[in-house]
Structure formats: C-alpha cells, structure tokens
Design a protein around this ligand. Structure first.
Ligand SMILES: *Cc1c(COP(=O)(O)O)cnc(C)c1O
Length: 450
C-alpha cells in the first residue's frame, strides 16, 4: 500500500461540485437584518461580485473552475492523500486510516481554495481592493496570498488580541503585501465609535466584520470577502473531496466514515459533499462526523433557527444551528472553531440526519494531536486535531469490535503558528471548558424574531 497518493496536475478537478440541487430538503432563504425579508442579489451587490452571488444560489450541479483559478491551484494542488500506517500500527487497529492534507498550501490551510476563487471573480468584475476580518490569522493570510497573486490590494482587520498574540501571521500577510490593522481601528466609523467608549477594547470577530464591511460599502472600488459559512465558500472547497475520491479510487478504497472539524463548516463541506452525493443517491452508507469543541458546541447544543450571521446583528439572518449571536465562546486554542453558528448547508444536512455531530474537549484533542505528530510527523493545527481525536476513537472502536473500516479525515492545516498552544498543553496548563447550559439558554433567548 502506498503511504501517500498524489494525483498529477492534469487530474486537478475541472469543476466544483454544488450540492444545492441534490439537497434532501430546500434551503431556507437568508433574510435582511432590518426588513427581515429574503435577501436579493441587489442587497449583496455592494459588497460581493455577481459571479459569487450567482454561485450562492446556483442550481447547476457542476460549476467549471476558471482556468486562471486552476493555474493558481497548481502551486500546491492536488494535495496528498496519506494512509496513516504508522498511526494504525501504534493503535494496533484493523482500521485503515486515511487523511487528506491541506497544510501544503502556501498559507498552511484549506482556506486559499476559496480565497483564490473569490479574488478571481472580484478581479473579473473590476474590483481593485478587498477587505476582510481575521481572528487567528488563517483566513487573512489566505486572502492576502490570493490578492497578491492577482495584483489586488487587501486590507485585513485583525482582532486586536490576535494582532499582538500572533505577530508572525501578521508578518506573513505583510509579506504578501496586505495592509493589516488591529481591530477596533481608527480607520472606520465602527472602530472609532468603539475606541471612544473603550480605548483598551481587545476586539472581536464581530467588530472586525463590522469594520471590514463598512470599509467595502463606503469605497466604490472595494468588496468584502468571507472565508467560511456561505454556500459559495463550501462550493470552492469541494476540490478537497473530489481529489480524495479519485485518489481513494486508485487505492480501491471507499470511506466508511469521513471525519472533519467544523468552525463555519467549509473544510468539512469540502471533503464530504462529493461523498454525500453518493449517499443521497443511495450508493453508500458512509457516516459523516462533524467535530466541534465542547467550548463552542453549535450543532450539539445549539438550536436550528434563524439568527444573525455576525455578533453585531448587521449581517443577514440565516437558518442554521446557532448558540445565539451574542454567545461569546471561551478563548480556546482552536481559534478557527469559535463561531456561534454553522454553515446553512451543513446545518440542513445535520437536521436531515445525513451528517452527525460530536463535541470534544481540548485536552483530549491535544493528546491525540501529539500522538499523531509522534507517529505521522506532521504537527497538526488545533482545529483539525478535533477530527484526529475522533478518528483515533473510531479506530480504537474498530479494534474492540474486531472489524476493519476505512476512516478518512481532513487534516485541513498545519500547526506551525500554534506552537504556544502546544506549549500550554505540554506544560499542563490547558483548561477544558464546557459552556454552562444557562449561558447557552441566555444567548438563545436573544434570537431574532422572524
Ligand atoms: C478556518 C479554519 C477552520 C475552521 O473553518 P471551517 O470553515 O469550519 O473549515 C478549521 N481549520 C483550519 C486549519 C482553519 O484555518
């Protein structure tokens, strides 16, 4: 058995897979935050290009990947599919464990898959500059890379706390010519308002979104870009699953389960959707397991309801699993998994019983991450380590039951910028938080009435 399978460049997918026409139930429309009426293309046009607005609601099953986007993808795609034989031996399991590794992208995660596509469609429509927010810095670096490659300006509003805690993510964005400011900043009305009230405000993703959207809405040459949650973002990420499927076919293997972490749900949708199609077509019984932190358990403990996409209540209201937009998760080390809601596509598939969800604690997650690194070499990001942990649990269950199953998980990023989290774990200083039910209930009581 090959330890890793890498497809040739010519086998890079030529289309993304759009799951919308295959859904078991219709998606409910996003609503305008003020009027509570369905959002139309005109509402989105000031901040998104028409190419992406069209993809958001497209009924076309396969959407061609533009040549210019494929050319950039070829810098790191197709990404390798590994068989984790050393980990299997260490666990003494009959299971076959496979992982798709997205950490080989220049930014170190899956996020450039959509950043490159988004920059391309904006450039096509004459947009010169893109704004966004970033927390831990993974999305900001992906968009900085993409804008740089297409010769566009990029302005990143980085949550102030991370700006000082993760200086090297900022340096990386600056190498790719992005302008990075700590949010709240003096550059927008939203930022100035908050700083006037609280000059020491450490910022939040919600505030940074407000700043980036205001900047885009008030500059004619500028659009805004989002790194997860939206349908078009999950669409772009399906290159992961399409490649994984082809690589596994070469190995004559088909996954019995696919495991991934979920923050907004884009990497999970990306690896699972092409396989979910087989299940919806009645061709497979594969299980799909979305793993979230106990500290931010949107699917396992949230409600399936209409809620604001952002903390400030300015973004569209979407139907999703949510902990309430006022929910502030504890600052766990998997920063990318601290979103109060979940992609509407993932939420609907959970609701319909196609995807199952599981919540895990961060100490157990880091224990599995270290075990993985010691046998497979790669030091994983804290986010995909949630998937590694459940993959290991499932492999051990195979051992107990004496059955072999094919387990595939998404290793959606490396952990080279997260070594302070490993430090804390190794020093025994990591805390496990389960969010108190009364806090969840309080935040859910604040859902908008629609
Ligand atoms: C952003 C990020 C996540 C969370 O976002 P999803 O949309 O759920 O994929 C997870 N892992 C990594 C490495 C990330 O950069």
């Amino acid at each position: 058995m090959a330890y890793k399978t890498i497809l040739d460049e010519q086998h890079l997918p030529t289309s993304w897979y759009n799951i919308i026409p295959d859904l078991p139930a219709p998606l409910e429309p996003p609503l305008h935050p003020a009027t509570k009426k369905p959002v139309g293309p005109d509402d989105l046009a000031p901040i998104f290009p028409m190419g992406l607005i069209a993809q958001e609601v497209s009924q076309e099953r396969y959407i061609p990947i533009p040549d210019e986007v494929r050319e950039v993808y070829k810098l790191w795609r197709p990404t390798p599919l590994y068989r984790a034989e050393r980990l299997e031996k260490a666990l003494d399991t009959p299971a076959h464990i496979f992982y798709k590794y997205e950490g080989v992208s220049p930014a170190g995660s899956h996020k450039p898959n959509t950043a490159v596509a988004q920059a391309y469609y904006n450039k096509q429509e004459g947009v010169r500059r893109i704004t966004t927010e970033t927390g831990a810095g993974q999305w900001g670096s992906a968009l900085a890379l993409a804008c740089n490659l297409f010769g566009m300006e990029c302005k990143v509003y980085m949550v102030k706390a991370s700006y000082y805690q993760k200086p090297y993510r900022r340096s990386m964005m600056e190498v790719w010519k992005a302008k990075v400011v700590a949010s709240p900043s003096q550059d927008t009305q939203a930022g100035r308002g908050i700083l006037a009230q609280d000059p020491q405000c450490p910022g939040s993703l919600g505030i940074a979104i407000s700043e980036a959207v205001e900047d885009a809405a008030t500059h004619g040459d500028t659009h805004y870009s989002l790194g997860s949650v939206l349908n078009h973002v999950l669409l772009h990420q399906t290159v992961i699953g399409l490649e994984a499927k082809e690589a596994l076919e070469r190995l004559d293997a088909y996954p019995d389960m696919i495991i991934g972490c979920v923050g907004g749900g884009s990497s999970f949708g990306g690896i699972t959707f092409p396989f979910i199609k087989d299940k919806l077509d009645g061709k497979s019984k594969t299980r799909f397991i979305a793993v979230e932190p106990e500290a931010c358990p949107s699917i396992t403990r949230g409600d399936y309801a209409y809620d604001f996409g952002d903390t400030a209540g300015m973004a569209p209201i979407i139907k999703m699993y949510t902990l309430g937009h006022s929910f502030v998760p504890p600052s766990i080390h998997a920063g990318g998994l601290r979103y109060h809601g979940m992609a509407p596509l993932i939420s609907l598939l959970c609701r319909e019983g196609v995807i199952e969800a599981r919540a895990v604690h961060q100490n157990a997650v880091f224990q599995s991450a270290v075990l993985f690194a010691q046998h497979e070499g790669i030091v994983p990001a804290p986010e995909p380590s949630h998937a590694i942990h459940v993959a290991i649990q499932e492999a051990l269950r195979c051992k107990q039951e004496g059955v072999s199953r094919n387990i595939l998980f998404n290793l959606c990023g490396h952990g080279h910028f997260d070594m302070s989290a490993y430090d804390a774990f190794l020093a025994g200083k990591l805390e496990d938080y389960a969010y108190p039910q009364e806090e969840v209930s309080k935040a859910l009581a604040g859902l908008p009435r629609v």
